[in-house]
Design a protein around this ligand. Structure first.
Ligand code: PPY
Length: 497
């Protein structure tokens, strides 16, 4: 195939003929413009130019090659025609790099909150806004922490806890921790290796990773990075085009993925105001609000801009279809009531995740752990509990092994941790994730000894006092570490301030 000069590409710089360069290849995206989930305007900004830098953090590398018909793959750029532009480092980037160089050594990281504080300091503002944001008044994201502090331990003594073992099984798969890595999107906003940091660390330590639909790395890159025996689950946003969903699910199963977690709490994406308020900085260094893209409102933020493919018509009626296209155990992620838990059970699913999407969806939704007690009580009406055929997981706000142990004592099989692992790789790459696992191990060992549970199976409801879980009287002690990272929301800003 002949090489295409950058001058030729530059001639196709508008909506009637729009070519872009991604990773040294030229693509004709003219007909794709109206279909782009993020709107056409954002592509047109790069019409006739190299779009790689903008493309990378929010698309897996193969997104363009799989979505664009082969006849629109025009060929490679002639390297002799590429003019190298030395990019000036912005003041924000310079400060970020200085902070990165001065970040605490990993030895100084003693808890998961530390990762979040470091990530907050060193992440580009856009990435921090996207990752840290939660919906509306951000009550639920804080409640996710607070709920664990309304549960107290009833430790048992004199049980010979010289040896404690926190390994377990999750959906029948061995896991070295009673914790799995929950799906978080767009990992390359925070680290050039994105989600692969999690895969590498998880493989080394026998932890299960849930692969996000909206990962920055491609699904196959993440699956290709496993070591023998490594277990992965996959999280699914159901596409309006069910053929795409079917292909994705069946491909995941073929590649050895061991569980399908269908996200059911996001028929529409929550309004995350920190993300929405984020000012985007254009090439000239001028801050501006995200452009008005077709079908996307001006103030959408990163997540909403790319969420239009998610099908809000998803319903219980689709469940038999999912069961017909895969043999993977199917888990609904984002259940919040005993009514829906029982429906999931009656539909013959493998489990549920009691989750409020890290506080990013329905604000003032209750925490997963608060819902857990009612859900377990309801499931007990269907037969003996625990039931090996139906597992209940909890995610949201887990930062300590004590949180993990409380959820398990109340009936969860295991818990999911999303943000804390993500921040650990944003701040320190793979080593950060490994350190996060180590922190969990250290805290699990200590807490299991102090509670008097030698194994995960020995954790029982009578080891906790959750009688105050539904209390809203505000007797919860302040969580200073967490609150110093998750600062109060800001109000509208005046211009030029
Ligand atoms: C989230 O941001 O909460 C997500 O679940 C990921 C996402 C990202 C972009 C669009 C839709 C969902």
């Amino acid at each position: 195939m002949s090489l295409i000069s950058t001058q030729t590409v530059a001639e196709h710089s508008n909506a009637s003929s729009c070519w872009i360069i991604v990773h040294g290849k030229v693509y004709d995206v003219t007909e794709f413009l109206p279909e782009h989930p993020g709107g056409s305007k954002i592509i047109l900004k790069y019409a006739g130019k190299d779009a790689t830098e903008a493309y990378d953090p929010i698309h897996p590398p193969d997104a363009i090659t799989t979505h664009l018909p082969k006849n629109k793959h025009l060929g490679a750029v002639d390297p002799n025609t590429v003019i190298k532009v030395v990019k000036e480092i912005t003041a924000e980037e310079k400060k970020r790099q200085e902070l990165m160089a001065a970040r605490p050594s990993l030895d100084e990281i003693v808890n998961l909150h530390d990762f979040e504080a470091v990530a907050k300091a060193i992440l580009p503002a856009k990435a921090w806004a996207y990752y840290s944001s939660a919906s509306d008044d951000e009550i639920t994201i804080r409640e996710n922490r607070a709920a664990y502090q309304r549960i107290w331990f009833r430790p048992r003594i004199l049980r010979d806890v010289s040896v404690v073992n926190w390994s377990t099984t999750i959906l029948g798969q061995r896991s070295s921790l009673p914790v799995y890595i929950s799906a978080t999107a767009l990992g390359k906003l925070g680290h050039p290796d994105g989600e692969l940091n999690l895969t590498w660390a998880a493989g080394k330590h026998g932890v299960i990773q849930m692969i996000p639909t909206l990962a920055s790395c491609s699904f196959d890159e993440i699956v290709d990075a496993v070591v023998p025996g490594q277990v992965q689950f996959v999280q699914l946003y159901v596409n309006r085009d069910r053929e795409i969903t079917k292909r994705y699910v069946q491909h995941a199963e073929k590649r050895g993925v061991k569980g399908l977690f269908i996200t059911v709490d996001a028929p529409q994406l929550g309004r995350r105001e920190k993300d929405m308020r984020m000012k985007f900085v254009d090439e000239s260094g001028v801050a501006k609000v995200q452009e008005n893209q077709s079908g996307v409102k001006k103030d959408e933020g990163v997540a909403r801009a790319i969420s239009s493919f998610i099908d809000p018509s998803l319903s219980w009626k689709d469940i038999p279809w999912f069961k017909s296209i895969t043999n993977m155990p199917i888990v609904l992620k984002g259940v919040a009531t005993p009514e829906d838990a029982l429906m999931a059970y009656d539909y013959g699913l493998a489990g549920i995740v009691l989750s409020n999407h890290g506080g990013r969806q329905l604000d003032t939704a209750r925490s997963g752990v608060e819902n857990l007690m009612e859900v377990v009580a309801a499931l007990k009406t269907r037969g003996p509990w625990p039931n090996p055929k139906f597992e209940v997981f909890v995610d949201g706000g887990i930062r300590r092994a004590s949180d993990v142990l409380k959820a398990i004592a109340l009936g969860a099989s295991a818990v999911g941790v999303g943000r804390a692992f993500m921040y650990s790789f944003c701040a320190y790459g793979q080593e950060g994730v490994e350190k996060a696992f180590q922190i969990f191990r250290d805290e699990l060992e200590m807490n299991m000894r102090l509670i008097g549970a030698r194994t995960i199976d020995e954790l029982a409801p009578d080891m906790v006092d959750a009688s105050g879980i539904h209390s809203r009287v505000g007797l919860t002690p302040t969580d200073n570490l967490y609150n110093s990272t998750y600062q109060p929301l800001a109000l509208a800003q005046f211009k030029n301030k």
